[in-house]
Ligand binder design. Structure first.
Ligand code: FUC
Length: 802
């Protein structure tokens, strides 16, 4: 078989692209020589204080290891006395703090081993395998445990083994948490080798069930029906299979219906869960593990990086502590990048709900901010890196979510236009769609009525546009992305209000930035709550520009002729979205003169820089705006929260400021990262991890301009290294190798064909060869840019870059 064909087939099968990765990909794990402490919850258990149902559980947050398959997440403590596995099912919501639904913990599973004073203890989370391990010795017996969440079989699997027969004895003791809050009903039933947890969350008519099957090899099992436990005695090995589910159905009626009618109260997940458990049992542990590994590694193994690092064997908390103490360590930076990819795969898969604010993990009664989908940055940030990190399939969860909420957001659009710009309303007709900020699995809000303007829609649609740009999936463009963009453009077109020659969206709010009454005295806008409501702030105006521009670009790509396109062709010229103020800053509000005349000068949101990232309006064609954006970042500073650092990092990368991007990343790790490498806003949110993962990719490869830029923002700390398998728009899979800051070789797999325009320092004289070694005809655009026609499925190498 020809080498090209071989590489292509390997890629098609999703295996690692190892152009520059010599030998096998690196092994990434986080590990500790101690179990996770479990003081938080046990303290709460002791008091059972109803005032503190949400006890801030730092042990869970900082030390437990997460596994997940998109549907369900489990946090493993690895204890030898009483093991704790905290389980979250994304669909189980209580009323939440705001009464509109909120993610809540599904179950706590305790395994009473009662083993203290163990020797040679080790627990780890293998990122390459998505398996948590525990091993230790006690009384001359070596014990091993494995934990994983299988996506193909949708079960959590725990396997317990020992090196001596009959050495395994434990009690399996699940608990339904927060029953004392009386919001949910529930009971645990133990029968034979099966534990069933079931009940109802009446608010949304949500019926839930969890099954835990205890499969012993050797020894015996005894069910205690009174206490809802199963005791295993003297087994050789034990496999626990765990399946959870509810009657949740992702469909538009879910969002439209009143709380009690959101779900069908007569539907129970029992049969479906039983089928899943039985299928998993029939398959057996070895096959379950094999299928899990195949599925997970197909995704995880696609990207390799080496950021000038040497793998470290230190326990993770020490590695982190030394980094916090100022020791340079690019291994940890690389590990965090791959952990971001791991967490995204574990929390967002096709047919599951999208990754929520905590991914898919919550031990809480009230998960912070309802474990929701916050559309003024957090949910979008979850997916900023999904395409470039070669995980586009993980975005499908959001696409399905979008399809389900679309009908209600059409309603929201009509309501908005009726309220704010009634003369533009098409009564009973199409007013587009718009989504507001605080969504969750049960609730989709309207826009513009809270602390964030309608830019939330464009922020979201950008992801749909990017999915098309990266995958070149024309079916998706025709069926989803283009209609979405066109319809959102229709909404924006109707939301714009003439101000002289200009068209400004009104009302308009820059997300969450609070202003004081004094700051806005004499200003044209007014305070709504703490936030300044005005016309045409940069966040909203910028995303309208992005939406119009993306719609027009898609229409051109597919030769669409909708007459409405002419309206936005004209309107886009009247948006005037970017203004530079007297301090040399990108203005957040049109009426701002000097930096931060309005709002908090150090606020975490930098919404006015969204046109730089994830937007594309502030680009190298506007060097003055780039400079103003850089200055704005300097003024805003980096003393901020987790995800806010991630946004700054991506902005710095877009500006080509590798050192500054790296500084932000370092600060993120030093100030916001905890020993299980989760990152805190605080509290724990997943967005920062996923946002900085995108940031690393953005430092290595960009493709928002008309060319693919290789190593656009490389810091000195990563001066030598390589990456394999990052993806650029146009569906090009890129590998690159560099030394002392200069690329020495680049490989490009063209997955969809088309012109490949590639920019990199000194690439202008390089030679391009196809997989057969044949020289490819290349057009050269100065010293740093070339382009050539590519064929789908072909791999090209760029050599001798100098
Ligand atoms: C936005 C942020 C908050 C928090 C919340 C989930 O409202 O401003 O900081 O991240 O989302």
């Amino acid at each position: 078989m020809k080498k090209t064909v071989k590489i292509y087939l390997l890629l098609a099968a999703g295996l690692a692209l190892t152009v520059f990765t010599q030998g096998s990909p690196r092994t990434y794990e986080i590990w500790e020589p101690e179990p996770a402490p479990n003081r938080g919850r046990s303290q709460w258990e002791r008091t059972k204080s109803l005032d503190r149902p949400n006890s801030y559980d730092k042990d869970w947050e900082q030390w437990s290891y997460p596994v997940g398959n998109g549907y369900v997440g489990a946090c493993v403590f690895g204890r030898t006395d009483i093991e704790r596995v905290q389980i979250t099912d994304k669909t189980l919501h209580n009323k939440g703090k705001y009464g509109k639904g909120g993610l809540t913990s599904f179950a706590e599973l305790y395994l009473d081993f009662n083993q203290d004073d163990v020797q040679n203890y080790r627990r780890s989370l293998s990122l390459n395998e998505a398996i948590a391990h525990v091993s230790y010795e006690k009384g001359g017996v070596a014990y091993q445990r494995e934990y994983f969440a299988s996506y193909p079989d949708n079960v959590i699997v725990i396997r317990l083994t020992a090196d001596q027969k009959g050495a395994l004895s434990l009690t399996v003791r699940p608990e339904i948490p927060y029953l004392e809050r009386k919001e949910r009903t529930g009971s645990v039933i133990a029968e034979g080798n099966l534990l069933t947890l079931k009940g109802t969350m009446p608010l949304f008519s949500c019926n839930y069930e969890g099954q835990i099957q205890v499969l012993n090899e050797g020894g015996s099992v005894t069910a205690d029906s009174e206490n809802g436990t199963i005791t295993v005695s003297q087994a050789d090995a034990v496999t626990l299979l765990i399946a959870t589910g509810t009657n949740y159905r992702l469909q538009d009626s879910l969002f439209r219906n009143p709380p009690a009618k959101k779900l069908n109260s007569h539907e129970f997940p029992h049969d479906e869960i039983s089928t899943r458990i039985q299928a998993a049992q029939a398959m057996g542990f070895a096959a379950l593990k094999e299928r899990h590994l195949q599925d997970f590694q197909n995704l995880f193994g696609r990207v390799s990086v080496n950021l000038n690092s040497t793998p470290s064997a230190e326990p993770t908390h020490l590695l982190l502590q030394k980094y916090k103490d100022g020791e340079a360590n690019t291994w940890l930076e690389e590990l965090m990048f791959q952990y971001g990819r791991y967490l995204l795969i574990a929390s967002s898969r096709e047919k599951s709900l999208p990754a929520n604010l905590q991914g898919t993990w919550s031990q809480d009664y009230f998960t912070p901010w309802s474990g929701g989908y916050w559309h003024d940055i957090n949910i979008q940030m979850n997916y900023w890196g999904v395409m470039s990190a070669n995980l586009s399939e993980c975005f499908e969860a959001y696409i399905e979510f979008y399809k389900a909420y679309l009908p209600l957001t059409r309603q929201h659009a009509s309501d908005y236009v009726r309220q704010h710009n009634p003369e533009q309303l098409t009564e009973g007709g199409d007013n587009g769609w718009i989504i507001g900020t605080g969504a969750n699995a049960y609730h989709i809000p309207g826009a513009g009525a809270s602390h964030s303007g309608t830019g939330t829609g464009g922020f979201t649609a950008k992801l749909l546009m990017e999915y098309y740009q990266f995958t070149q999936d024309e079916g998706f463009l025709d069926e989803v992305a283009y209609p979405a963009m066109l319809s959102l453009s229709r909404f924006y077109s109707k939301a714009l209000v003439p101000h002289g020659e200009l068209l400004l969206v009104e009302p308009s709010t820059s997300p969450e930035n609070p202003a004081t009454p004094k700051q806005v005295e004499g200003m044209p806008g007014h305070l709504r709550g703490k936030h300044y409501s005005t016309a045409g702030c940069t966040f909203d105006q910028g995303f309208i520009w992005e939406t119009f521009a993306d719609t027009l670009a898609m229409a051109d790509a597919r030769d669409k002729k909708d007459p409405f396109l002419d309206t936005i062709r004209e309107q886009i010229t009247r948006l005037d979205p970017i203004l530079v103020g007297a301090s040399g800053q990108i203005k957040e509000y049109r009426e701002e003169n000097h930096y931060s005349d309005i709002g908090d000068p150090k606020h975490r949101h930098i919404s006015h820089l969204c046109p730089l990232f994830p937007g594309t309006l502030i680009d190298s064609n506007h060097p003055d705006w780039m400079q103003a954006a850089s200055h704005t970042l300097d003024l805003r500073g980096n003393k901020t929260t987790g995800w806010a650092l991630a946004h700054r990092m991506n902005c710095r990368a877009r500006l080509g400021e590798g050192e500054k991007a790296h500084e932000v990343y370092q600060r993120f790790i030093r100030e916001r990262t905890v020993p299980n490498l989760w990152t805190l806003h605080p509290p724990f949110q997943i967005d920062g991890s996923l946002g900085t993962m995108a940031g690393v990719a953005e430092m290595l490869l960009q493709s928002h301009d008309d060319a693919i830029q290789v190593l656009p923002a490389l810091p000195a700390a990563w001066k030598t290294g390589h990456f394999d398998g990052l993806v650029a728009r146009g569906n090009f899979v890129i590998s690159a190798k560099w030394q002392n800051g200069n690329a020495t070789a680049i490989a490009i797999l063209s997955r969809s064909g088309g012109e490949c325009r590639i920019a990199c320092s000194s690439i202008g004289t390089a030679t391009v060869r196809d997989s057969g070694g044949k020289k490819v005809k290349v057009a050269r655009e100065g010293k740093h840019r070339i382009h050539f026609a590519s064929t789908a499925g072909e791999t090209y190498t760029v050599q001798t870059i100098k």
